[in-house]
Design a protein around this ligand. Structure first.
Ligand code: SF4
Length: 251
């Protein structure tokens, strides 16, 4: 390994511009950042595949699930089946107040009135709480380039900003993910068999048509493509940049 311009040692193969497997990316991240590394998931198809890979390397890896209050029952059932099958170290963050309390209190249905505010309150602020309480140096996500235009240039290891973002499935395609889930008999959200190609909150998710981007069914009637969790300074990160953040070796 050799140090990058930010001081972080990337795998040598990545520095040479070579592709390494999702398991190799995971192993690098776990070896380098444990115990201050975690994975976030909403138990999508990519998510269950990556959880399966990660728990084989580290059964105690914290898996973070943000319960927005608007998840499909099928998503919650997938979560339950994954925990039952693999005994995950699942840490759930719920959003106070509940959807019902919030709607009674404010007299509005937040996702229809203002999806940006709804995502800010029910995802981004909760995610900030995760960062403050658990202080991860690195976060593993199951995002892939195939999912949308905003993710087309996603790289396996994003160095800019803190925490470091690790995307082991960055270059995997949907068919590879499906094949892995099938081969390993991993529980998955049955909505993926009913025309859904990305599953978020039920008010903001519809099935997609053939030829549409997998994430085209998310906020499809809105000028919105991301919930905001993965934006850095308001933008989708496309290439690693030198970072002035804290030393990732700390802790
Ligand atoms: S995806 Fe929709 S329902 Fe979920 S937090 Fe965002 S706006 Fe609210």
């Amino acid at each position: 390994m050799s140090p990058s311009s930010s001081g972080i040692r990337l795998p040598e193969a990545v520095e040479r511009g070579e592709e390494i497997s999702p398991t190799e990316v995971l192993a690098w991240a776990l070896e380098r950042f444990s115990p201050r590394v975690l994975m976030t998931t909403a138990f999508g198809l990519n998510g269950v595949a990556l959880i399966h890979m990660a728990r084989a390397l580290d059964p105690d890896l914290p898996i973070i699930f943000i319960d927005t209050g608007y998840h499909f029952p099928e998503t919650l059932e997938t979560k339950r089946r994954m925990v039952e099958s693999y005994g995950l170290n699942l840490i759930e963050y719920a959003v106070p107040p509940s959807v019902e309390e919030d709607e009674i209190r404010s007299g509005r249905v937040s996702f229809t009135e203002n999806p940006e505010l709804c995502c800010a309150e029910r995802k981004v602020e909760v995610f900030q709480r995760v960062l403050e309480e658990l202080e991860p140096i690195a976060i593993i996500s199951a995002r892939s380039q195939y999912q949308s235009d905003t993710r087309r240039e996603l790289v396996p290891i994003e160095l800019e900003g803190r925490p470091v973002r690790v995307n082991p499935l960055a270059s995997w395609g949907l068919e590879e993910v499906k094949q892995y889930v099938r081969d390993q008999a991993i529980p998955y959200n049955p909505l993926f068999d009913r025309g859904y190609t990305s599953v978020g909150c039920w008010p903001c998710t519809r099935p997609t048509e053939p030829g549409e981007d997998p994430r085209a069914g998310r906020w499809s009637d809105q000028d919105k493509q991301e919930c905001g969790i993965w934006l850095v300074d308001g933008a989708v990160v496309r290439q690693p940049q030198p970072s002035s953040g804290p030393d990732p070796n700390e802790g």
